[in-house]
Design a protein around this ligand. Structure first.
Ligand SMILES: [Cu+2]
Length: 158
C-alpha cells in the first residue's frame, strides 16, 4: 500500500469522527440512546395524572411544570403542591427527588432539589431535565411531622 493509499482513508475516518463527535450530543439523546436502550412505547395504562395521593394516602400532591409543556433537554422547574389527604396545606415538609426511565434502566441526568418553600403548600423544585423522549418517573419522598410517604409521577415526553 502506497503512502497516498493509506492517507486518504485515514483522513476520511478522522473527518467523520470529528463530525460524529459534534453531532452526538445533538442526535444522541433523541435517536441513538433510545435505539440502544430499546425504543419501547410507554405502557398505555400509565397513570399520568398530575394530582394524586401518595402511596399510603398520607398526602395529596400536584405539580405544574415551568414552562408547560416542557421540551427535551431543557433544564426546568416544577412547583409541587403538598396537602394532607383532607386538604390542609403542608408547609414544613422535607422533600427528596429521584427518578429515571424504567424502560431504559437509568436514573435522572441531573440532581433536582427543592430550593424554595413558597408557602401555601407550594415548593419550588429546580434542576429537572429529561434528555430523551419516552416514559419518565419522577419520585418524591415526602416527610412532614415525622411521617413519610412516597409518590411517583409518570411523565411521557413525545
Ligand atoms: Cu432513557
Amino acid at each position: 500500500m502506497s503512502r497516498k493509499q493509506f492517507i486518504l482513508p485515514v483522513s476520511l475516518i478522522a473527518v467523520f469522527s470529528v463530525i460524529i463527535a459534534f453531532l452526538f450530543p445533538v442526535i444522541g439523546p433523541r435517536f441513538i440512546m433510545p435505539l440502544m436502550m430499546g425504543n419501547n412505547p410507554a405502557p398505555t395504562d400509565l397513570n399520568t395524572m398530575t394530582n394524586r395521593l401518595t402511596d399510603n394516602s398520607l398526602y395529596r400532591v400536584s405539580f405544574i411544570t415551568i414552562p408547560n409543556p416542557i421540551a427535551i433537554n431543557d433544564m426546568h422547574s416544577w412547583i409541587l403542591n403538598l396537602q394532607t389527604a383532607d386538604g390542609q396545606a403542608v408547609d414544613d415538609a422535607e422533600i427528596g427527588v429521584d427518578g429515571g426511565m424504567p424502560q431504559h434502566g437509568h436514573g435522572l441526568p441531573t440532581r433536582p432539589q427543592v430550593t424554595e418553600n413558597l408557602g401555601n403548600g407550594d415548593y419550588l423544585v429546580e434542576g429537572l431535565r429529561f434528555q430523551m423522549p419516552g416514559w419518565w418517573e419522577v419520585k418524591f419522598e415526602i416527610t412532614a411531622a415525622g411521617q413519610s410517604d412516597n409518590i411517583t409521577f409518570n411523565v411521557v415526553l413525545p
